[in-house]
Write a protein that binds this ligand. Structure first.
Ligand code: PLP
Length: 391
């Protein structure tokens, strides 16, 4: 059975070039970047080259890029340090955030007594930015706003610049979890006055265990891992040189082929929307998932008009890897927070969300196989329904 991978928002396969670049480092550049001899210095140069490359992509200074182990660590470091070191007493966030932000914010509330305010989305997943402005103006407490750029379950995008400007005007710090959009979109942080952002290499064909945090210069942020002077003391621990080089190679490929990749994925996404709309009666798309201008081209969130908690398993048995929500919540029986925000109670009881996420490797033929599988599964439901009606 030919397997089909449609869970690229959870993680992506490594590119061959990334593997080669990493193997080279593992074999040859095994020096510790903190060592002053040539082995160490060669490894150090590799890291600094990637730092420069990332900084160029984001139009920031290399000193503003701190390598970490993943998106989760970057988000933890930023939120925790804002509270522990920058005097943040209030956090404004949304119920749509990834667990690594949501749980960290909750932790700061429980352990540090931080006030937490949730900006509620409407049924499309949109926020009222006037409301954000109003909340910001309602208190003098030092505030951090943390809102993700691209939602990992439905692909909804927020206008980063607009939110950053509102935060700046109100003297609030602004952090955006940019894990799903980094390397998939052009981001110019010289034009967007946000303070912090995060990245994870495995979302764009780089290795797991490698990411970075963008930390605006002079923000005063400190790290949460103490030890040696690595990463300007913001993130102690011997650097994952191969992981950083892998991140750099994956970023290089993503940026040089962004136009081609995004066109291909948007085409595949449109094709999937068209085919699903024609073949599955009553199918819906969650949030702004089906809208080109308001959604990331890598993610399509579908709502099937019947309840099938085993659909992920059924598709997996047909060789199709797909997620029922985000990877972190797909094993859980509880509906995700995002779906709870977007769906009415009866919709939750009688429908099944599916997240289809694409890469440049996804083909129309693979989508055809998925659609055929979904037609088969869906037919089972209408037959059951008809039989029940006849009984
Ligand atoms: N933020 C978002 C939006 C994500 O989708 C993910 C991963 O799914 C993360 C953060 C966590 O990233 P990592 O897997 O690198 O810890």
């Amino acid at each position: 059975m030919n397997k089909i991978y449609l869970d690229n928002a959870a993680t992506t396969p490594l590119s061959a070039e990334v593997i080669d670049a990493m193997v080279n480092v593992l074999k040859i550049n095994y020096g510790n970047p903190s060592s002053t001899h040539s082995f160490g210095q060669e490894a150090k140069i590799l890291i600094e080259n990637v730092r420069r490359q990332v900084a160029d992509y984001l139009h920031v200074s290399p000193a503003e890029i701190i390598f970490t182990s993943c998106g989760t660590e970057s988000n933890n470091m930023i939120i925790k340090s804002c509270v522990n070191h920058l005097g943040v007493e209030r956090i404004i966030t949304s119920p749509m955030e990834h667990k690594c932000v949501a749980e960290t914010v909750m932790d700061m509330k429980k352990r540090k007594g931080v006030e937490v305010i949730y900006l509620r989305p409407d049924k499309k997943g949109d926020f009222d930015w006037n409301k954000l402005d109003e909340i910001l103006k309602s208190s003098d407490k030092k505030t951090l706003v943390t809102l993700m750029h691209a939602n990992n379950e439905i692909g909804n995008l927020i206008d980063l610049k607009k939110v950053a400007l509102i935060c700046q005007e109100n003297k609030a710090l602004f952090h955006s979890d940019t894990v799903q959009s980094m390397a998939h979109m052009n981001l110019d942080f010289s034009d967007i006055p946000l303070d912090f952002a995060s990245c994870s290499a495995h979302k764009f064909h780089g290795p797991k265990g490698s990411g970075f945090a963008f930390i605006r210069k002079a923000s005063g942020l400190k790290g949460i891992i103490t030890g040696g002077p690595q990463e300007r003391t913001l993130r102690a621990g011997t650097e994952n040189v191969a992981g950083i080089v892998g991140l750099g190679k994956a970023l290089e490929i993503s940026l040089s082929l962004m136009q081609e990749y995004s066109t291909h994925m948007q085409e595949i996404k449109n094709y999937t929307i068209d085919r699903l709309s024609t073949e599955i009666e009553g199918v819906k798309f969650n949030g702004r998932s089906a809208e080109v201008d308001h959604s990331l081209y890598t993610v399509l969130s579908v709502l099937l008009p019947y309840k099938d908690p085993l659909i992920g398993l059924k598709l997996d048995m047909k060789g199709i890897a797909i997620s029922q929500g985000s990877a972190c919540s797909s094993g859980a029986t509880k509906p995700s927070m995002v779906m709870m925000m977007l769906l009415e109670e009866d919709e939750m009881q009688n429908s099944t969300p599916l997240r289809i996420s694409f890469s440049h490797l996804t083909t129309k033929e693979e989508i055809d196989v998925l659609i055929a599988a979904l037609i088969e599964i869906s037919a089972g439901y209408s037959i059951e329904k008809t039989n029940a009606e006849h009984r």
